[in-house]
Design a protein around this ligand. Structure first.
Ligand code: BGC
Length: 380
């Protein structure tokens, strides 16, 4: 009986089948959801997307906020690597835009005014003289319609928000659809689509604050090594509005074309660093906009975590949490210190509606705004 197995030979197979079954029964569901409070009587829900490796993202239908992002270190230990708030109230009233979708226009519009097709529009000036991140009640403070499903094998959350004509002073009814997925190769992938019924301006982005040591590590991000595939940046005036110049980074503290610790030159003598209180600048991504291409690579050597970012947008805002000052209590009772998180926000350049030399941020009826950003995680 050459093919018959004795009891002893079967045991290892039975044991491994049992272990596999146990492991599978303990594997997290790819999608789960739970209530996260309410906003003006509207329920807010937290969705958790988990891939087969255990990487997970907790995303709120409030503002499309990525509230938690669990990523493995070089020893397989998970940590939550994004800063976040404790509850809805804190996200609405205190949050420095942690993890949200900013819109309609990410970053600043000078003096809250722009002219489109000879008509001037006035927006809220919620950042000294300027308009910031869509105004008083931007897309980060809206409850989006959510649909969770496994698509192409990846847990995916699709969020839709219809912004009425005139909301926050912007023209046109704008329908935005933002899709998050946690992919099988450990990326948080974000796609954006939008259409309008009147000419308008638009600039959507994801405003995650990352700390690859863990949001609760108590450490700043100054020891993270950053490489930016950007040969130029947009210098700003004293109110953080671009001057219109596209300046080469070579020879300046903005040169991250080769990897450097974020903190290596952040306090160097440079007029731009004074104005932005550290890095708070937009860079021009090398290569062709409209094509998904490398933007940044960030390495945190002690944990071995690596974040690689790709986008098809024109620019990326590097902001390193200069305005965090230890007074803000976030989730899990953690108090965030100065420069405890960095943001890499792919977007059109700030103030594009007033800057004729920058690539346009105008969206017209019949056109579809599309863009993709990928934050990919690995270890080394
Ligand atoms: C801006 C900063 C701002 C931060 C939080 C960033 O995108 O560039 O100037 O302080 O968002 O609002």
């Amino acid at each position: 009986m050459p093919y018959a197995m004795g009891m002893n030979a079967r045991l290892p197979i039975l044991t491994s089948t049992l272990l596999l079954t146990m492991a599978l029964s303990h594997a997290a569901d790819p999608i789960s959801q739970k209530p996260f409070g309410e906003l003006n009587g509207q329920a807010v829900t937290a969705y958790t997307l988990t891939n087969a490796h255990g990487m997970s993202a907790e995303i709120l239908d409030l503002g499309g906020i990525v509230r938690r992002l669990h990523v493995a270190d070089k020893d397989g230990k998970m940590a939550d690597i994004v800063l976040g708030c404790k509850d809805v109230d804190s996200y609405i009233n205190d949050s420095p835009y942690f993890g949200c979708i900013t819109g309609r226009y990410a970053n600043r519009i000078a003096n809250g005014k722009f002219t489109l097709d000879e008509k001037t529009y006035t927006l809220a000036t919620n950042n000294d003289p300027n308009h910031l991140h869509g105004g008083n009640v931007g897309f980060n403070k809206k409850v989006w319609k959510a649909e969770a499903a496994v698509k192409d094998g990846d847990p995916t959350l699709t969020l839709t928000y219809v912004s009425p004509d005139g909301e926050e002073g912007y023209p046109g009814e704008l329908t935005s659809v933002v899709t998050y997925s946690v992919t099988k190769d450990n990326a948080l992938k974000i796609t954006y689509k939008a259409t309008t019924d009147k000419p308008t301006v638009l600039n959507l982005t994801h405003h995650g604050y990352f700390n690859l040591a863990g949001h609760d590590s108590g450490k700043t991000i100054l020891d993270h090594d950053l490489q930016l595939h950007c040969d130029a940046f947009t210098p700003t005036d004293a109110t953080a509005i671009p001057t219109g110049e596209i300046r080469k980074v070579a020879g300046t503290p903005f040169d991250f074309t080769k990897p450097h610790a974020i903190g290596a030159r952040v306090d160097a003598e440079n007029q731009q660093l004074t104005y932005g209180k550290g890095y708070d600048h937009n860079f021009v991504i090398n290569g062709e906009a409209g094509t998904l291409r490398p933007v940044a690579r960030v390495v945190h050597a002690p944990s071995g975590r690596v974040m690689e970012m790709q986008s098809d947008d024109h620019g990326v805002q590097l902001y390193i949490g200069n305005f965090l000052d230890g007074s803000f209590e976030g989730k899990d009772g953690v108090t965030y210190q100065h420069r405890q998180g960095f943001c890499l926000e792919c977007q059109r350049h700030p103030d594009t509606p007033n800057q004729a030399s920058f690539p346009s941020a105008v969206l017209r009826p019949g056109e579809t705004y599309t863009k993709t950003t990928v934050y990919q995680f690995s270890t080394q």
